[in-house]
Design a protein around this ligand. Sequence first.
Ligand code: RIB
Ligand code: CA
Length: 346
Amino acid sequence: MTRHLRTPAAAVVLALLVAGGARAERHQVIFDTDFGTCPQDDCYALMLALQSPELEILGITTVAGNWSLEQGTADVLRLLEIAGREEIPVYAGADMPLMHEPSEYARTTYGSWWSDQPPTAPPGGFAQKKVEPLGAVEYIVDTIESRPGEVTILAIGPLTNVAMALRHRPGLAGRVKRLVIMGGAVATLPDGAGNITPGAEFNFWVDPEAAKIVLRSGIPIDLSPLNVSRKSSFTAEWFDELVANPTPVTELIRDGGRLWEGAPPDAVVHMYDQIAVASLIDPTLVTTTELYVDVDSNPGISYGTSLGGPRLWPGAEGAQKMTVQYDLDWERFIRMFIERVGGPLR
Ligand code: RIB
Ligand code: CA
């Protein structure tokens, strides 16, 4: 595969759009993440966002999910240093879901959101950069209120911070431009099984109450569920191409491991949060349909399961219609991803 188109491709794309008369929309973004350093998908996703001129990251808010809040915050501060993007502020948010108490199942299944262990040092040690004194919820409220109708929230972890902001300030939903969410699994579409329980996807399962509040908020939503994640297949070959050009970020990625820890060399890894970010950069990468989507927050076998349908059904009164991604132009996506994340830092 040739790599000679690598040089500032993202900037070239934006310049061509402008030169061609197309309106290149630059999205002002709050990036809400249950961050973990690479190879965690949130890390790859943030790098894609940072390397994309279509996105202006106003601030990063952290939430407990893949890891504890403290671990995620420590890791994202360090990533910003590695990427040379220390100017972006980081705000720590919720260290626990709204209601979900960690059970034995939670402790032995994927994710360390429940952990109260002190964070381990990120690659290269703890960052010099500090977390902001303002909390994530206050930051979300203040930012949306000061820029009504202008800010998109990219939420790639449990939706606790976003739900708390909406609860904190009634009327806030009407001032959010758009919400792009990685979360859920829609059984009425292909590849709609859960990844934590038979029906529930991780982000929605960690905080189903928050997911329900956010999905019913009235904010225009693009939902990037497991259905579309499962159209991705990140192999060792793509990985090698991603890290072919040494930069501080590709070295971090390379050192983070070829694929997930313990995976065999021929393993295929799905991409999750990266697709949500890419869909905001270029919506033509994904195929979508309009569905009502709601989340089961009742304790029991369906806790955290999302359901989607073309019309409302009994029990889903109050659910809202949203744009649901279910297919992906993988080849075009992965080429854009490698070009940007594997390329020179902006
Ligand atoms: O189910 C996929 C989601 O949970 C992603 O946001 C990923 O970070 C994972 O932990
Ligand atoms: Ca995530």
